[in-house]
Write a protein that binds this ligand. Structure first.
Ligand code: M6R
Length: 369
């Protein structure tokens, strides 16, 4: 049942290229229209949207954070992402022209469901991104885009995360097209890059031996810090979450630019810092800023584990350990950069003798508030 893998988590990590391909399959017409599975939203409803809220928990929340960058960039609609457990308690401003996107693998997360119900009471439109057919969240939403990740058994979410990203990208592109902000050929150009990600990911998955060795090295660290900028920031948070939940180690993710406002004081001799470097293509300035953050932590004794694009030779001098990922457009990069962090957490947890698939104190689906 684990298909030859030691853990469901490793099997599910390996299934990610296929999960992405399946989630893309048949979803976009040449005109850039996406096929929503259950739709009670018209194109006119989508044209009327003047604000997007994404609500989710845990890993799904990190997918929402990435989505915010893509949705705002492509659609120019303001987009907020919020922890579902916080959303309704602060009386958010919602009305008919607000689109609330509820992201949930299980479709049964109570915090997300309660946020969705609150949004509906306030007359907002609700769109679910969900991996579980017929579950409560999609049933109560106005429209659904299912992720086709297949069943996810391990408590730690992996393939669900990548497919949630794909679904968010599709929704962003569709909104941009329906509202006339992007032309069909622009949408098609992004989609063609998306279609290439499964092969790129297969290539990356084939080169993860080093990460396994690194995991053995890091298993006794008292803390691991993660830094990133732009879409690399949620990736840093996701890397830290995985390590906490599986390895029971202290781990924290930071926006790289925030280091100097406090967290850099944590850096001591040998502190491992995982650095997610943006692609040098497109936003070179951002990449250079992260590289100088890497130099700063290194100067204070950090041991740097650098995740950078293939061919970004400028980072080599600052990396105690370099993990190269295939070239990908900036907004799509989390589909690559997250994967070594999943494997790192899984391998550290295994090296520490933990039950990777069933970490202590956690349930796969959190049906209490
Ligand atoms: O089923 P959901 O996507 O709504 O679950 C949300 C979180 O509970 C979930 O992503 C959790 O954070 C994972 N265990 C993280 O790996």
């Amino acid at each position: 049942e684990k298909g030859g893998y030691d853990y469901f988590m490793l099997k599910e990590i390996a299934e990610q290229p296929q999960a992405i391909a399946d989630t893309l399959l048949g979803r976009l017409s040449e005109r850039g229209d996406i096929v929503l599975d259950e739709v009670r939203l018209t194109d006119q409803d989508l044209r009327d949207v003047d604000k997007v809220f994404i609500v989710a928990c845990g890993t799904a929340y990190h997918a929402g954070m990435v989505a915010k960058y893509a949705i705002e960039h492509w659609t120019r609609i303001p987009c907020e992402v919020e922890l579902a457990s916080e959303f309704r308690y602060r009386d958010p401003v919602l009305d008919r022209s607000t689109l609330v996107v509820a992201v949930s693998q299980s479709g049964e997360t109570m915090d997300t469901l309660m946020a969705l119900r609150h949004a509906k009471q306030q007359k907002a439109r609700v769109l679910a991104i969900c991996n579980t057919n017929g579950s409560t969240i999609p049933r109560e939403s106005d429209a659904v885009l299912y992720t086709h990740g297949g069943p996810e058994i391990a408590v730690a979410s992996t393939k669900a995360f990548l497919t949630q990203l794909v679904a968010c990208y599709l929704i962003g592109l569709h909104l941009a097209q329906v509202r006339g902000v992007m032309y069909a050929d622009e949408v098609a150009a992004v989609v063609s890059r998306l279609r290439r990600t499964p092969d790129a990911l297969r290539e990356l998955l084939g080169k993860m031996e080093d990460v396994r060795a690194l995991a053995r090295d890091l298993k006794s660290s008292s803390t691991v810090l993660f830094i990133g900028r732009h879409v690399g920031y949620p990736v840093a948070l996701e890397g830290a979450l995985k390590l906490k939940e599986l390895a029971y180690m202290h781990a924290e993710g930071f926006a790289a630019g925030e280091l100097k406002h406090g967290p850099i004081a944590l850096i001591d001799k040998g502190t491992p810092v995982v650095c997610v470097v943006p692609s040098p293509a497109g936003r070179g300035v951002m990449r250079d800023k992260v590289v100088s953050n890497i130099q700063e932590v290194r100067a204070r004794g950090a041991r740097t584990i650098v995740i950078a694009e293939q061919g970004d030779d400028g980072v080599v001098a600052y990396a105690d350990h370099l993990i190269e990922v295939p070239r990908t457009p900036t907004l799509l990069a989390p589909l690559m950069t997250t994967v070594p962090l999943q494997i790192l957490a899984c391998e550290i947890a295994a090296a520490r003798g933990h039950d990777v698939d069933q970490p202590r104190n956690l349930a796969k689906s959190v049906t209490v508030e």
